[in-house]
Structures are given as structure tokens and as C-alpha cells.
Unconditional design. Structure first.
Length: 566
């Protein structure tokens, strides 16, 4: 079938589904002869009106084939048993199943009519052709080769270091081939798995590597104890730390692009610590290829989003975000700055570390060793005529006082603080030595936040809340209707966990006259919380249950993330 005819049928199918926008119809009408193949795909997908899978379905129907979503297929050791991987890569196809005497194969190019005959000769099976996206198929090859490579390196390490005998000299082993490969493969595998943190933990007889994915830690592999010092030393070399110093904690940064040829542009924030069985390490993955998300994608409810947008457009004052490490504070700050960034505004940031580089914003990396602290950065910023200042974290009395003074002298100051909820932020600032009247005069808003796992949309199921579940929902948000629950067995899409991805929950405390009066009188956090709730604040617990009501997560996950309101 000629390619032009196929593309015209694809367009006809999309018209039939009502998927084409007015702009797409106009573009197709103006250059019908020029748009074919990749050009057509690009036009249709650039407008964001048609998803890649919808385009695949339309093309499959035009060709008389069944569409197959290759992105959901999981590579296993049996995938390439009958058809060699090299042959599959060369012809951009993927065996995805077998039913009796039929072999199901996803093809990126269905016009290669001789390939099915070759597969039938190899396997003795009749080939059923499916249509898959070329990008999805190539992604599966990349992950398969990485997984195989990773397994081979681990086996090699086990064979070399698992033998009994004398300790190997670390000055040699940290630069040995297997150790260098192991360090790289652990980072690459973690990146492809969607890991946020890599934990390397020495134990008495083994060293354990764990990945934190969607906020939950899971053990990845165990290696002989002898590997531990060499692996940690190798990773310390990668971030220019002192490999001879094992008695004190150290912090560093790995620019991983220097050590891989796979186009993985990530940085890792590294922290080492002396533990009872040796030196341990935690690495936070900072993916520079990811851009900041818009505020609408962070999980804010419509009410909270409208109120937060009003606050970040104020000319001066202090906005604080609070929550534990890994609660999404940095992403929210970056998203807020991106939304209000314009050529008319001068924005300065002081960060440790700089996690994402933002266009049009002047960012400063802290160096405590040479005296460049948050307080020092703040002092210098005040002499540089900024409109908006972002301080990575308020850690001490000096930084807190300068931040409050900056907010009182015509600057919008945004920062983070470690507290459990929004009202307790006032008590934390008071403990740091900031006077209550200074807090009430400068504070615009406090946003407490957490990240909560999303229930998998593919395997979740409806259920009626009963007993204690119903009581919790009715008391917090007045809801007793059906909710979603996670499938305990999960599915391939969510890695058999029942959850995939995360969403933010927020507690937005915006100051009003009653709250300012309460802060000035030195009221307890519990009293301030009641005042804020009267002013329209939804607590973290209430916001988490609103996500349950909307089907975003489960009641079990909501209660595990934040405690019930008293």
C-alpha cells in the first residue's frame, strides 16, 4: 500500500474519531502533498490534541493491523529465546507473546513483507503482525541491554570478591574494571527505574543497595562485604571527595555525564557517613533533563491553586514552604518562580545544591567551606536590587532574621523550613529568635506539603467505605461515597505495587487579621491552626482525603502519609 494512501487513511480515521483540531485540519488542507510519514506524525503530536497511542490506533486501522502498546510490555529472559535480539534490533520489531502455534510480533515498519517469513523459518511458528511505535520498541532494547549488562557486572563482582581469602587492597580495587562498571551500572539502573535516592549500606557480611522509588525504599541487590569500601571509594572519587577520610561525614556532587556514553544527563547529590560496619552513602538523583512542572500539575486543589497564585504575585512579604526532605518543596518553589518570572523582575536564588537551572533567573550555589552561607548570600542580594529572593532553607537565627528584614523592606522572599505543618512554622521561627511582631508583619503564607503515591489507574478498583473508613471520610470532608482501592497484586504497568507516580498534598495557611493578632499574642500552634481553618485552610489530612474522593489515591495511602486531625 503506498505511504501517501496510508497517511490519508490515517487522517480520515482521526477525522472519524473527531480527534483533529481546526488548526490541524487547516494545516492538512494547505499542504496535503508535503505531509506524510514523520512530518504528519510531528504535526499531529505537536498540537497536543492527539496522543501517540491514538495516532498508532488510527494508523493500525488504516493498515488493517491490530495496535499494540509496547510501552506496557515488560522485557523478560524469555523474550528473545526464539528470535535473536540482534535480529529484532536490526528490523525494529519485538516478540510480545505466543498463543499456540502463533507468535505475536510488534512491528514498527509493517511494509517489510519478507521479515515475517524469516521469523517463521527461525521459529517454526506462524507470525501474527501487530503495529507498535518505533520509539517504544527502541526504548525496550535500550532497557534490555542495560539490564543484561547490569546483571553481568554483578555476577562478575560476586565471582571476583565473593571468594574467601585476604582482604583486597582498596587503593587497587577502587580503580579496577568491575568496580568502575558496578558504580556506573548502579546509577544507570536506578535512573531507568525512576529512583529518587540510592542507598548503599554496609552490613556485617554484605553490602546492601536499596532504591527509593515513589517514596518507598526497596532492596535492589546484595554484594560481598569486601566490595563495600572499594565501591564507596570509587563513588567518592567521582565526586572529588577525600577517599582517605572515613571517620567524618562528607558531601559532594557527581556530574554523571562525564562517566557514561548513554546520554544520561543527571547530577547526583552525595552524602557519606561512617556507620558501624563501614562507610555508607546516599545519592539523590537530580535529573537535569526534566523540566519544572507547571503549578497545575503539582496536585493543588482549585481553591488552593487560586489562593497560592494570588500570594506569589504580591510585591513584598515572606512565603514559606515546610515539610520533610523529599516532600516536593523545591519543585513547588521552582514552579512558582517560573510562573511569575518576567523580564521586568530581578530574581536571585541562593541554593544548596542548585537542582534545576532556570532561564532568566540568577542562581547562586552555596559553599559553606569558604563562608558562602545562606546568610552571606542574603546580605549580598540586598545590595543587588532584587525584586524576588529565593533562599534554599532557613536553618539558623541569622538567616531567619535577615530573611524577615528582607521581606519587610520591599522584597518578596520565598524559602523553606522543616516543620510538620503550617501553623507550627510560627513557633519554629520564634524558637530561632525572631520576634512575633516581625513574623506577623512579614509573613504572607505558609504552605506545608507532602508527596503521596497515586493509585495505579490500570488495576485500581471501586469499593464502598465501611466502618472506620466511612467515619474518617465523613468527619474530615463529609464524604461517604465509593472510593478506589489499590490491587494488592498490582499489574505490569505499576511494577505489581498497586501504585504509580506521586501527587502533592498541601496545607495553605494565608495570613489574615485574626491570624496576625494570634501570632502577636504568642498563641500556641493548635490555636493558630483553628484560626487558619476558620479562614479557609484545608489541613494536610483533609487535602489527602479530597484526593481519595477524586480517585487519585487510596485511603490507606492517605492515612500512612499524614496523621488524622485531632
Amino acid at each position: 500500500m503506498p505511504l501517501g494512501k496510508v497517511q490519508s487513511q490515517v487522517v480520515a480515521k482521526l477525522e472519524e474519531y473527531g480527534r483533529l483540531t481546526a488548526d490541524q485540519r487547516q494545516a492538512l488542507a494547505s499542504h496535503p502533498d508535503e505531509l506524510s510519514g514523520e512530518a504528519l506524525d510531528k504535526l499531529l503530536q505537536d498540537s497536543h490534541g492527539i496522543t501517540p497511542f491514538q495516532l498508532l490506533v488510527a494508523r493500525a486501522q488504516a493498515l488493517g493491523l491490530a495496535p499494540y502498546n509496547v510501552s506496557r510490555y515488560r522485557i523478560s529472559p524469555t523474550t528473545f529465546e526464539r528470535v535473536p535480539q540482534e535480529f529484532c534490533q536490526e528490523n525494529v520489531l519485538l516478540p510480545v507473546g505466543q498463543v499456540g502455534e502463533f507468535l505475536l510480533v510488534a512491528f514498527a515498519n509493517p511494509f517489510e513483507v519478507t521479515v515475517p517469513a524469516k521469523i517463521q523459518e527461525m521459529t517454526g511458528k506462524r507470525v501474527v503482525r501487530l503495529l507498535g511505535r518505533e520509539k517504544d520498541i527502541r526504548d525496550k532494547f535500550a532497557k534490555s541491554s542495560d539490564r543484561t549488562d547490569f546483571d553481568q557486572v554483578v555476577q562478575q563482582i560476586g565471582a571476583e570478591f565473593g571468594k574467601k581469602g585476604e582482604e583486597v587492597d582498596e587503593d587497587v580495587t577502587e580503580e579496577s574494571g568491575p568496580i568502575i562498571q558496578l558504580g556506573n551500572r548502579i546509577i544507570e539502573d536506578a535512573y531507568y527505574s525512576g529512583t529518587s535516592d540510592i542507598h548503599i549500606e554496609p552490613q556485617e557480611k554484605e553490602i546492601v543497595v536499596r532504591y527509593r522509588i515513589d517514596g518507598v525504599c526497596a532492596e535492589k541487590l546484595r554484594l560481598p562485604a569486601k566490595v563495600g569500601p572499594a565501591l564507596v571509594a570509587r563513588l567518592k572519587i567521582m565526586c572529588n571527595l577525600d577517599i582517605a577520610e572515613r571517620r567524618l561525614p562528607q558531601d559532594g556532587r557527581i556530574v554523571f555525564k562525564q562517566y557514561t556514553k548513554k546520554g544520561i544527563d543527571i547530577d547526583l547529590r552525595v552524602s557519606t557517613a561512617p556507620l558501624n560496619h563501614g562507610e555508607g552513602m546516599v545519592m539523590r538523583i537530580l535529573d537535569k533533563q526534566k523540566s519544572t512542572l507547571p503549578l497545575t500539575a503539582l496536585g493543588f486543589s482549585e481553591e488552593n491553586l487560586a489562593r497560592y497564585r494570588d500570594v506569589i504575585r504580591q510585591p513584598y512579604g515572606m512565603i514559606l514552604h515546610c515539610g520533610p526532605t523529599g516532600s516536593g518543596k523545591s519543585m513547588t518553589l521552582y514552579s512558582a518562580l517560573n510562573e511569575i518570572n518576567s523580564p521586568e523582575l530581578v530574581i536571585r536564588t541562593a541554593e544548596d545544591p542548585i537542582e534545576y537551572t532556570l532561564n532568566g533567573i540568577n542562581q547562586m550555589q552555596m559553599h559553606r567551606q569558604i563562608g558562602l552561607t545562606f546568610a552571606a548570600a542574603l546580605r549580598s542580594f540586598l545590595r543587588q536590587d532584587p525584586d524576588i529572593i529565593l533562599v534554599g532553607e532557613i536553618r539558623d537565627k541569622e538567616t531567619a532574621n535577615i530573611a524577615v528584614e528582607a521581606a519587610l523592606t520591599g522584597h518578596l522572599l520565598i524559602s523553606t523550613l522543616h516543620t510538620n505543618d503550617a501553623p507550627s512554622t510560627v513557633a519554629r521561627l520564634t524558637d530561632m529568635g525572631v520576634e512575633p511582631f516581625m513574623i506577623s508583619s512579614s509573613l504572607l503564607c505558609v504552605c506545608a506539603q507532602r508527596l503521596m503515591r497515586r493509585v495505579c489507574k490500570s488495576c485500581r478498583y471501586h469499593a464502598e467505605p465501611l466502618g472506620r473508613e466511612k467515619e474518617i471520610l465523613e468527619k474530615a470532608i463529609g464524604w461517604s461515597g465509593p472510593i478506589y482501592k489499590a490491587n494488592q497484586r498490582g499489574c505490569p504497568k505499576c511494577g505489581n505495587s498497586g501504585y504509580k507516580g506521586r501527587v502533592g498534598i498541601h496545607e495553605l495557611m494565608i495570613t489574615n487579621e485574626e491570624l496576625i493578632d494570634g501570632i502577636n499574642k504568642g498563641m500556641e500552634s493548635t490555636e493558630l491552626k483553628k484560626i487558619a481553618m476558620r479562614g479557609g485552610m484545608k489541613t494536610l489530612h483533609q487535602d489527602s482525603l479530597l484526593k481519595v474522593k477524586e480517585g487519585v489515591t487510596t485511603l490507606e495511602e492517605a492515612i500512612a502519609t499524614v496523621p488524622l486531625d485531632l
